[in-house]
Design a protein around this ligand. Sequence first.
Ligand code: NAP
Ligand code: MG
Length: 468
Amino acid sequence: MNFEQIYVGGKWINPSSSTLMDVINPSTEEVYLTIPRSSPEDVDAAIQAAFDAKELWKNTPLDERITLLSKALQYMEENQQDLALAISREMGSPISSALKVQVQGPLRNFGNYLALAEETPFVEEHQGYLLYRDPVGVVSCMTPWNYPLNQVIQKVIPALVTGNTVVLKPSSESPSPAFYLAEAFHQANLPAGVFNMITGKGSDVGEQLSSDPRIDMVSFTGSTKVGKEIQHHAAETIKKVALELGGKSPAILLDGGDVDLAVKRVMNSCFYNSGQTCSAFTRFFVPAHLEQEVIDKIKESISHYQTGDPEKEDTKLGPLVSKGRYDSVKEYIESGIEEGAELVLGEIPQAEKGFFVEPCVFTKVTSDMKIAKEEIFGPVLSLFTYDDLDEVIEEANATPYGLSGAVFGEKKEAIALAEKIETGNVHINENTSVFQAPFGGYKQSGIGRESGRHGLLEFTEIKAVFTG
Ligand code: NAP
Ligand code: MG
């Protein structure tokens, strides 16, 4: 595989511009890879290839599509060790969990989408009409770096298996998974133009990939700020838009809930991947009389979140992905202190080499502070106390986001509270997501859903044919 080429029209080709971009290893700050900074001509060629392949792929029977995609899955499985190492070096995921979380989980999702497509009725007979689920057409996919393979799989596989053609622009911070996937489709002999991959700065190519009239749908995961721009560019030609954006997810401990379990799950969610998870529980609401117990338990468990070199087996948290992310997280920690919150764990980051940030926990956080309102995207937890449940629901819902949440307590009481939380997912006690369930956000956390049947059908248009 040549990482200085792009994949267009069934071939690895040299981009029209020789400008390259550096992919930096965030532990060493050294260049790990160089990849093309595609020109508008390259993007145009990729869109045209996807447009030209649209009819052929739409008319390829589902079982043939599944057979071809299964071959690509096999290639990905054969290369999983190399993929894990590449992801770890590009974005800092500790090698101890990169294989399982960053590679094997996403590849399971790949297989799950194929199995789901096999059992999905794409034509249903109803009283008086037939209901068709047609492909939307040409889909452009733009993805971030925090779960770089998973976010690509969550778009490209359901799009392709339902009969769409694709142009993928992966994150410039962690592009390797997209190169492996392009090679997998190449080895599987996917017809030319069905899948195309270009690299380039989102700020250069994003507008073209969200406004070109040959594109029918845009699927984006990343910040709410960029999501708004994409929707704006897509509006001119009324494209279908799917957005997976940021979050500021609340976790609520009820009186009588399992404190140990709540602390463990909140710490895992907030600190795992060095806090770079859109659905992380970053706001922890606890009954006032339990605050000290919760702080003590967090301090007791913090040794499980060893920060350091991602290639050492005992490291649990690697560096943040980039200097930009490091500076931003550092500023949030400083702003929390300036605005009067108390840092009971962690410190202002002062890494000499590598973008390392130790987990931080703030208490005495009030809802007007920046750290209470904005997504930090680093390992920073804010602890809030409450006396009255109505007040906590109001606060839990008081951000522009609505991605995820958690409630710890007696099951019936917890479900009753979950019903009042305005987020796309709520976890009760130890229960976690399953592939069959949809994932996505209310409010400014996004539009549409990924995963399971909802994620598969996101890439379809509905047609009713009245048959009498
Ligand atoms: P970002 O600027 O939105 O970048 C995310 C992705 O969007 C990157 O792959 C980037 O490509 C691309 N991008 C940037 N500008 C674009 C544009 N104008 N049009 C199309 N694509 C564009 O986010 P970030 O600065 O890396 O991270 C900051 C925030 O992103 C976080 O605080 C968080 O809110 C959010 N985020 C959310 C998720 C999630 O899973 N929901 C994941 C990652 C980040 P390049 O790499 O080429 O710049
Ligand atoms: Mg990097």
